[in-house]
Design a protein around this ligand. Structure first.
Ligand code: 5AD
Length: 438
């Protein structure tokens, strides 16, 4: 009997997570159900990422491991798509290394996955579809959402920024924005369906180029009736405006939590990265944001080991981290990406030096995060419940500021719960539910 089930493996960012929801939507429209385990699925789709080498290595390792499954089950269909396959020449290299892969598709072909899949079924031949250029925005792609109570909403695609380290512009094309009307309509439907959190997605939401500004878009969505939270990511410091900060201040639904990647605290490195701001300009953005929204949580992305980074440059980053008081930060060791400018830059930082720096940076940030977390103890946070732990004893969720909170109590995913914070010692804050509501 035909096995009409699919299993999707996702690597990388929230953008990819949401794109996997689109792939799942397409598969379900074709009459397929999801299979929890790879071994049980009739179709396995890899949605890959290439932002750093380790994301690619993990995907390749897992694709390679499927050879055995394919030998056992000749009818199994394996598709590989996303950022990794969109790189120049990558689809051919992938097909050479893993000839058993049936469909290879690029980021620009994702919305056409239905056609590619049908072509594979009909011709029984492998399908390679990697469009070099982005097409028009596809509005009608079905979505099978899996992140309730949160719903992801794309507002724009692609990136024009060409940071010297970053592969994104090469694999996601130029910036193009959805029409505000389409975005607002999608958000209205999501709220009506009961979603309690909407997260707007774009590589640089601050350069949203639709018919209204990003701040106006935020205000329009926040005006939708009903109780829900509005988040957005990711922000670029060079484009982050006071107008957006005022929208955060004025609209209760917009979370006071901004992700503002800084990458480095050294002006020399920021310049080599082509970030187009200085350390002082970044700190000024933080200052006006905190003046307008005093309790706003700010999180960041920070990279160490960029070509030619010296101990002094690194110490500049540490100093910036001390000054910025981020609620949290994602830290990365620089990873050279084929075709980017930085990959050709001299003076690579030895791996052990970069590793040692990232450890120091993590320790520094952890200390700051811990101090901020300690301030929560004894206070009551409004938590949107995401679900519960495996043993169903503790629930978990996040507050408006993005803090993860575990708590004892009785509630369901999608409920807003007042939680009294009792402990800030572990990975997340822990507390007890006081009352349910919303
Ligand atoms: N090496 C390491 N980290 C990178 N990032 C982007 N490109 C690279 C790279 N080549 C990090 C940046 C970005 C985050 C999503 O990933 O910090 O903000």
């Amino acid at each position: 009997m035909e096995n009409k089930t699919y299993h999707i493996v996702t690597y990388g960012c929230q953008m990819n997570v949401h794109e996997s929801e689109k792939l799942a939507g397409i598969m379900r429209e074709l009459g397929y159900e999801s299979a929890e385990r790879e071994e049980d699925a009739g179709v396995i789709v890899f949605n890959t990422c290439c932002i750093r080498e380790n994301a690619e290595d993990r995907a390749k390792g897992n694709i390679g491991a499927l050879k055995k499954l394919k030998q056992k089950n000749k009818d199994l269909i394996i598709a590989v798509g996303g950022c990794m396959t969109q790189q120049a020449g990558a689809a051919e290299r992938l097909k050479r290394t893993f000839p058993f892969v049936d469909i290879v598709f690029g980021t620009h072909n994702l919305d056409n996955f239905r056609e590619l899949f049908i072509r594979k079924l009909q011709t029984k031949k492998s399908v390679i579809a990697v469009e070099e250029r982005e097409g028009a925005i596809a509005e009608g792609t079905p979505k099978f959402r899996t992140s309730y109570p949160n719903a992801w909403v794309n507002i724009m695609y692609g990136c024009n920024n060409f940071r010297t380290y970053c592969i994104v512009p090469y694999v996601r094309g130029r910036e193009r924005s959805r029409r505000a009307e389409d975005i607002v309509k999608e958000c209205e439907e999501l709220v009506a369906q009961g979603y309690k959190e909407i997260t707007l997605l774009g590589q640089n939401v601050n350069s949203y180029g639709g018919d209204i500004t990003f701040a106006e878009l935020l205000r329009k969505i926040a005006a939708i009736e009903g109780k829900f939270r509005l988040r957005f990511m990711t922000n670029h410091p060079k484009d982050f405006s006071e107008e957006v900060a005022y929208a955060v201040r004025d609209c209760d639904k917009i979370c006071r939590c901004i992700h503002l990647p800084v990458q480095s605290g050294s002006d020399r490195i920021l310049k080599l990265m082509n970030r187009r701001y200085t350390r002082a300009a970044y700190l000024e953005k933080l200052e006006f944001l905190r003046k307008i929204v005093p309790d706003c949580a700010v999180t960041s992305d920070i990279m160490v080991g960029f070509p030619s980074e010296t101990e002094e440059d690194f110490l500049d980053t540490c100093e910036l981290v001390e000054a910025a008081r981020f609620h949290g930060a994602f830290t990365f060791v620089y990873s050279p990406r084929r075709g980017t400018k930085a990959a050709a830059m001299p003076d690579r930082v030895p791996e052990e030096v970069a590793k040692e720096r990232i450890m120091r940076l993590i320790e520094l940030q952890n200390g700051i995060s811990r101090k901020i977390a300690e301030n929560y103890v004894g206070k009551t946070a409004e938590v949107l419940c995401d679900g519960y732990d495996a043993d169903k004893k503790m629930h978990f969720g996040r507050d408006e500021f993005g803090k993860t909170i575990s708590f004892a109590g009785d509630c369901a995913a999608g409920e807003f719960v007042a939680v009294k914070i009792e402990n800030a010692g572990g990975v997340s804050l822990t507390g007890k539910a006081e009352k349910r509501g919303g």
